[in-house]
Design a protein around this ligand. Structure first.
Ligand code: ADP
Ligand code: ASP
Ligand code: MG
Length: 421
């Protein structure tokens, strides 16, 4: 007998028929004698619908033109957007009981799954699994509402978009599960988003570090924190589809520590993110401490700066500084910069939210040369201009005009021959 955590995302529980299908899959594991905890997301589209309600009302209060949710309402945001998972956990528990199985739903506060106070993007601090353990040991399937927990203030918290993945991994760690299976609408991790590149290929295995980069750089198939947590606890995750026919082969992808059986590739995948916006500070004085002042302005405004590039004109002893911030934070960032313009001393600010960050990722990049050259040649051949570049040991990211997103992803996918097994 094994202990298994199974997680089902929004499309896997999109309607009652899909929930019946999930119940079949859970029943299969339970009847095989395993102890099962299931984590569910809200029905697909539901969380977006709830977020839109909050944003609309929040907009009313501050004059209708804000794009950044006021901090003052984040606790209520959590009370509202967590509700989608309450519905699906209850429905799945009913579907399981109707199959003659013992099952009950668990909300975050009932477990309790404790988080910090960062409402809207809370981190899990502890899971008290005593109640769950007792219930599961007496034969109950635990159906856990993903994405939610309870903060130290006793209020509901949520774990950031896509957070049910993290609920599942954290639960698997706490319950010392033998397996953590993440069911979704694609049959594994691909070399790039299979919705953009038809030739994308499913990987049999991928190293935690590569998955972490891909997820951080925009591949929304797993939430970043879920990969971090799995890596730190050495818990392999299997990503597979809930849409497979009965009895069909469904091996998925194993996300695990790097080992010698992994494909020997320089680049493993291509990711893209449309969530960033570009800001350029014009004619900043070229002297020590100026970039630090800009970065401080951003961090004081609670804005995270990602890619940075500076171009200096020695003749004029001035620099243009370009960097990226989250699209949601753009207005907040511009307002903060405008407020310190005279104090810091620069000529102006421009911004562009019509940009995409496209990245290549691979642990093989550590030991190979010429990767950047192949990347930039592939982009140049298609006439795609690169605005900002960022690199690490195992990734290269470029910021480009959003219009060329698909073209760039396809160009890089084929330049590194990722379609070839
Ligand atoms: P769920 O609702 O099950 O959590 P998500 O929509 O969060 O599912 O994640 C699955 C989606 O991730 C896929 O439909 C796919 O379009 C997208 N995706 C992006 N990059 C990749 C990738 N490299 N491999 C697989 N899927 C990817
Ligand atoms: N329902 C939440 C979201 O859409 C959490 C999840 O699906 O993982 O972000
Ligand atoms: Mg998801």
């Amino acid at each position: 007998m094994a202990r298994i955590v199974m997680k089902f995302g929004g499309t896997s529980v999109a309607d009652l028929d899909r929930i019946r299908r999930v119940a079949d899959l859970v029943e299969g594991e339970a009847r095989a004698g395993h102890e099962v905890a299931v984590v569910v997301s809200a029905m697909s589209g539901e969380t977006n619908r709830l977020v839109a309600f909050v944003d609309a009302l929040d907009g009313d209060l501050v004059g209708g033109d804000n794009k950044t949710r006021g901090d003052a309402i984040d606790d209520e945001y959590d009370a509202i957007v967590s509700s989608g998972e309450q519905v699906t956990s209850g429905l799945l528990a009913i579907a399981l009981r109707r199959r003659g199985l013992k099952a009950r739903s668990w909300l975050g506060w009932q477990i309790p799954l404790k988080t910090d106070m960062a409402h809207g993007k809370a981190r899990i601090e502890a899971i008290d699994n005593e109640l769950l353990d007792t219930s599961m040991s007496s034969g109950n399937i635990a159906v856990v509402a993903g994405f939610q927990g309870i903060a130290a203030d006793g209020r509901i918290s949520t774990l950031g978009r896509g957070g049910s993945d993290t609920s599942a991994v954290a639960l698997a760690v706490a319950l010392k599960a033998d397996r953590c299976d993440i069911y979704t609408d694609v049959d594994g991790i691909y070399t790039t988003d299979p919705r953009i590149v038809l030739e994308a290929r499913r990987l049999k295995r991928i190293a935690f570090e590569e998955m972490l980069e891909l997820a951080s750089l925009g591949a929304k198939v797993l939430q970043v924190r879920s990969v971090e947590l799995a890596m730190n606890n050495n818990l392999p995750i299997r990503v597979l589809t809930s849409f497979a026919e009965d009895g069909a082969d469904n091996p998925g992808t194993l996300v695990c520590h790097e080992d010698e059986t992994m494909e020997e590739r320089v680049v493993s995948g291509v990711a893209y993110s449309r969530d960033e916006a570009q800001i350029t500070i014009l004619r900043l004085a070229d002297k020590p401490g100026m970039v630090a002042k800009i970065c401080k302005t951003m961090s004081d405004a609670n804005v995270i700066v990602d890619m940075i590039v500076q171009s200096i004109s020695k003749a004029e002893s001035a620099a243009n500084l370009t960097f990226t911030v989250g699209k949601r934070d753009l207005d907040k960032a511009l307002a903060a910069l405008e407020a310190v313009k005279d104090e810091i001393g620069f000529e102006g600010i421009t911004s562009d939210s019509n940009v995409t960050k496209v990245s290549i990722v691979g642990i093989g990049m550590r030991s190979h040369t010429g990767v950047a050259q192949t990347m930039f040649e592939a982009l140049a051949e298609r006439g795609i201009n690169v605005e900002v570049i960022a690199t690490s040991e195992i990734k290269i990211s470029v910021l480009i005009n959003a219009e060329y997103t698909e073209l760039a992803v396809r160009a890089l996918h084929s330049a590194f021959e990722l379609e070839v097994a």
